[in-house]
Design a binder for this molecule. Structure first.
Ligand SMILES: C[S@@+](CC[C@H](N)C(=O)[O-])C[C@H]1O[C@@H](n2cnc3c(N)ncnc32)[C@H](O)[C@@H]1O
Length: 223
């Protein structure tokens, strides 16, 4: 297997002073040597090279083979974000959910969201839409998934010391209004992330990353 170059969004290469940074090719070129055997290999990628933003383990794999492999080992936590005003953090939430292998991402409210921040990770992540909080809560009840709100309310409990259930859905609010009253009422608990500075809150995408990682620290198998 060949080595993978750094994807552009993660590379910090710069050219000589005054010149734009040099373009780096992402991924790997055409497969060298005899082709490997197996249904998961993608003949087109083996021929042309694989320029996708995927870990080395999945180089040259068919898209559906990667999703099937992820599905077989997804974690038990879900994440949800309210989207009443086209929240620009959703792409970040989807990308982080992909990295931490969340079961599903739930968008509550408007169906459309800005995919740019997701960096194509949404192709490998199950994203489910619920037009209303009521429908989201009905899904959670049916699926037996406890709802945990994440926001800074006076009665929120510190995420840092909370025993997160293995099976849960962590719900995040929007930049302006925060978590809706409906989600707050439906939540088994609301969790706050400790802050120490002057700002009232942190960015919702950052809060989602911290909360997902709290689940990872408590439940993921780290090898
Ligand atoms: C920027 S905040 C909303 C603004 C907030 N209602 C206020 O009074 O400033 C957007 C979302 O980020 C998450 N969030 C931000 N800071 C948080 C914190 N310290 N603890 C828990 N959630 C936080 C919550 O999900 C919240 O609904």
């Amino acid at each position: 297997m060949q080595t993978q170059n750094t994807p552009p969004e993660e590379s910090a290469s710069s050219g000589p002073a005054g010149e734009p940074p040099a373009e780096r090719e992402v991924g790997v070129g055409p497969w060298q040597g005899p082709w490997p055997e197996g249904e998961h290999w993608d003949p087109r990628l083996l021929t042309e090279g694989d320029r996708r933003n995927v870990v080395d383990e999945y180089r040259y794999w068919k898209h559906e083979a990667i999703v099937a492999d992820l599905d077989a080992r997804r974690h038990e936590f879900h994440v949800a974000i309210e989207n009443w005003q086209h929240d620009f953090n959703i792409g970040t939430v989807v990308r982080t959910a992909n990295a931490f292998l969340a079961k599903e991402v739930h968008i509550i409210g408007k169906k459309r969201w800005n995919r740019r921040g997701a960096m194509v990770t949404d192709k490998y992540q199950h994203v489910r839409h619920h037009p209303s909080v009521e429908e989201f809560v009905a899904w959670a009840d049916d699926a037996g998934v406890p709802v945990l709100g994440v926001d800074l309310f006076p009665d929120s409990v510190p995420l840092e010391t909370y025993d997160l259930p293995r099976r849960c859905v962590l719900v995040f609010g929007q930049e302006g209004p925060g978590l809706s009253d409906e989600v707050r009422a439906a939540a088994q608990a609301t969790l706050s992330i400790a802050q120490f500075g002057s700002t009232r809150s942190i960015n919702a995408g950052v809060a989602a990353g911290i909360a997902m990682h709290a689940w990872i620290r408590q439940h993921a198998h780290l090898t």
